[in-house]
Design a protein around this ligand. Sequence first.
Ligand SMILES: C[S@@+](CC[C@H](N)C(=O)[O-])C[C@H]1O[C@@H](n2cnc3c(N)ncnc32)[C@H](O)[C@@H]1O
Length: 479
Amino acid sequence: MITGRMDQNFGKSFGRAGRSGAGRDRMTARPHQQDLAASEALAHPGLAARVAAAAVICDVVQGGHALDERFAAEATPSRVSGLDERDRGLARSIATVAIRRLGTIRLALSQLVEKGLPRNCGPLEWILIAASAQILFLDTPDHAAVDLAVRATRLDAKSTPFANLVNGVLRNLIRRRDEFLSQSDSLEDDTPHWLSARWRRIYGEERAHSIAQANRDEPTLDLTVKADPESWAEKLGGRVLPTGSVRLQTHAPIRELEGYNEGSWWVQDASAALPARLLDAQPGQRVLDLCAAPGGKTAQLALTGAHVTALDRSAERLKVLSANLERLKLEAVIAVGDAASFRAEPFDAILVDAPCSATGTARRCPDVVWTKKPGDVSALAAIQTRILDRALSLLNPGGRLVYCTCSLEPEEGEAQIGALLRRNPDIVRERIDPGLLGLPAEAATPEGDLRLLPYFLPHEDPRQRGLDGFFIARLKRVN
Ligand SMILES: C[S@@+](CC[C@H](N)C(=O)[O-])C[C@H]1O[C@@H](n2cnc3c(N)ncnc32)[C@H](O)[C@@H]1O
């Protein structure tokens, strides 16, 4: 029987992943970090990247921040300012794999530091997690991971006394690496307990495990192309998925790829490309994209020749949508507002890509499972209901509505649509045939909606398999 799983405290001061709030002041020593960027980083290549990674891990696990947000140029406080591009990339790789495999790392550390960490030890926990991520999952040489962790420990007055402990713990981790890796279970260890229990209840043991296993893979990028996916796949060295998206092989920066500047394609997960296709918007139709930013689906709708209105609550995110449409040379009317109270003339077709818990996107955003908490699902489901009710009030007779969320939770999918149909006798479900979309038969729910699970589209290369978990329903207002 293995002890020290995620739901047990990893020592007194480690706490559990999630927004405990305790120790939120750790890793906030800005002046100290600036000194580091200015001097130590030069003296010890790679040290600033490790310190930044540890700070970001703390921001996500303890502060509940999104990983992407912490690496955004406008993040405050910035953990990566002053780092060159290579070190930023390194910090991001370390933080991402540390969050993806947080449970495995904490389980190993809990066995290595049986008494837990001392109180008031500054950023010690985050330094250990960042170093463990390198030792267990990245190709950092072991000696560099240990040496830089010890150096990072000595940069903070509170953690300095524990430099020897860091050295000893990490050397033991290296010795027992195979043991820790082989005992690690994706559902038990790398999924928060509330979510693994949920997924077991909803999907059963086997499928819940497959979901958790898929979440361990770091996927490559999918593109939606304006036209001729085969030729773009060839030019970019990718392949066309059965669903029609182009899946890349390359690690090259996206802006350097052929077709980016010309606006021939945009980045969009294979699952995320399906809802707009299912709306089947026609040239000249009035189409509403509720909750539209950053605009992947707006672009698909605009490409059909429909008159698209793209609404989102976030003006900031709409700026990104606007820039995306400009690059793609596509047009839409952009509106800032609350989808639950938006007023306009009725539309022929409406897409509702509602805000959700996003638990289907853990492959691409491993932080989502750690930054969400159980109450979020019901709170978001209530918002989705309000948005859906408003959307239906804006739908013309005979008009179609596609509803989707990138959540694996039925409250945000199957149950939402079941309740909607009971409330609205003039709305009917249009069954979706997964085979016509290149999806396996198991993607269809018994009612005829789509339930996409992250382990679909298997492939021998972990980067090439899977897709975002999504729920998609297609509805019609009867005349
Ligand atoms: C899943 S994302 C949309 C992704 C987008 N459809 C795409 O394909 O790029 C959800 C969006 O809903 C927006 N949002 C959240 N609550 C909203 C509300 N009450 N009204 C309008 N937009 C909202 C968020 O700002 C976010 O941009």
